[in-house]
Design a binder for this molecule. Structure first.
Ligand code: ADP
Ligand code: MG
Length: 342
């Protein structure tokens, strides 16, 4: 099946720095890619170029061998066999749920009995069979989102594009909808591209995470890989709740740093070594009498544990967890079990 290929993609709007720069990415058929990055980094612009609502200033977009867009070519959205799910759902208020879902089939002239069957299947895929005759106004936010998904499912798109679809929903509903997206992906077999600024959402949903910053693609990898081996400060700072320490260490050493090496690097004994950035995750910071001294600068109860901020040698700040209450100003000792050189 056809992969979606972005080739040195570039988008410049008038009088502004490029919104997307030299972005190359291949998404194999059936993958679920999360496009992750802070607000304003160019995620929506990438999605709109894939969908056919914006034309690239440079570079190209292909589905397999088929050229969809470049600076001279622009296949219209309806000829790309893609579906875009908007944050606002874009449902017709005067139509029932079944009519909304069946609308794309009606436009395509699919015969009635066949269309009915497909609508039934799509509604069952998002568990809304019982709501077929309701109007959108009589549904919750999550249910409306599922109608929008069902409407996209009936057209059997090659690629489904979602732009922060859960941003308007509360946390509980978001978790429920994440489940719906995973099921939807498994059922449809479509390639999915899911834009979000929420790293935990990206990690929980996607088979691959692509991290963007300031129009550029920084790293693409499965969630576990992005988490364990982030490339550079921006990616390291975006995934997990790690602290980034600036320490003195031999850049030729292994990127995974053990406690004894980290201890030396933090205490900065060897001035001849260059400064490097090391990511330390809070769960790897353990209270231990054999550790280095740290002052608790803040502590608050999260429900299952206390989230701490510690200040260590050189004034650097470190996040940690504790099962026991600790007070601000208290002096403790911590071992950093592991770090990752960025
Ligand atoms: P994100 O979705 O990651 O928040 P966007 O793709 O919406 O980012 O925006 C990236 C940059 O491109 C921003 O600086 C934004 O202001 C700019 N931009 C987006 N769309 C337009 C447009 N139609 N005209 C001019 N600038 C735009
Ligand atoms: Mg956006």
């Amino acid at each position: 099946m056809a992969p979606l290929i972005l080739n040195s993609l570039e988008k410049r709007f008038a009088n502004a720095a490029p919104a997307v720069r030299d972005l190359s990415l291949t998404v194999r058929q059936g993958r679920f890619l999360a496009l992750l990055g802070p607000s304003g980094c160019g995620k929506t612009t990438v999605l709109r170029m894939i969908a056919g609502f914006e034309q690239p200033t440079d570079g190209s977009i292909l589905l397999g061998e088929r050229l969809l867009a470049d600076a001279a070519t622009m296949l219209p959205p309806e000829r790309r066999n893609m579906a875009m799910v908007f944050q606002s759902y874009a449902l017709w208020p005067h139509m029932t749920v079944a009519e909304n879902v069946g609308y794309p089939l009606k436009v395509r002239g699919v015969v009635r009995e066949k269309a009915r069957q497909k609508v039934r299947e799509a509604l069952s895929a998002v568990r809304l069979e019982a709501y077929a005759d309701r109007r959108p106004a009589a549904l919750s936010g999550g249910q409306r989102q599922r109608v929008a998904l069902a409407r996209c499912l009936v057209t059997e798109p090659d690629v489904v594009l979602l732009d922060e679809p859960l941003a308007n929903l509360d946390r509980h509903l978001r978790q429920e909808m994440e489940e719906t997206f995973r099921e939807f992906h498994a059922r449809s077999g479509a390639t999915m591209i899911y834009v979000t600024h929420d790293q935990s959402e990206a990690m929980a949903l996607a088979t691959d995470v692509a991290v963007m910053s300031e129009g550029r693609l920084l790293q693409v990898a499965p969630p576990e890989e992005i988490y364990a081996r982030p490339e550079g400060r921006v990616v390291g700072g975006l995934v997990g709740q790690g602290s980034i320490l600036s320490v003195r260490s031999n850049p030729g050493a292994s990127r995974r740093l053990e406690w004894l090496h980290l201890r030396e690097a933090i205490l900065g004994c060897d001035r001849s070594q260059p400064q490097v950035d090391v990511l330390v995750r809070p769960q790897d910071v353990v209270l231990d009498a054999a550790g280095i001294e740290a002052e608790v600068t803040s502590a608050f109860f999260e429900g299952e544990r206390y989230a701490l901020r510690l200040q260590i040698a050189g004034g650097q700040s470190l996040r940690a967890f504790s099962r026991h209450p600790l007070r601000q100003g208290e002096i403790v000792r911590v071992v950093l079990q592991s770090g990752w050189r960025l």
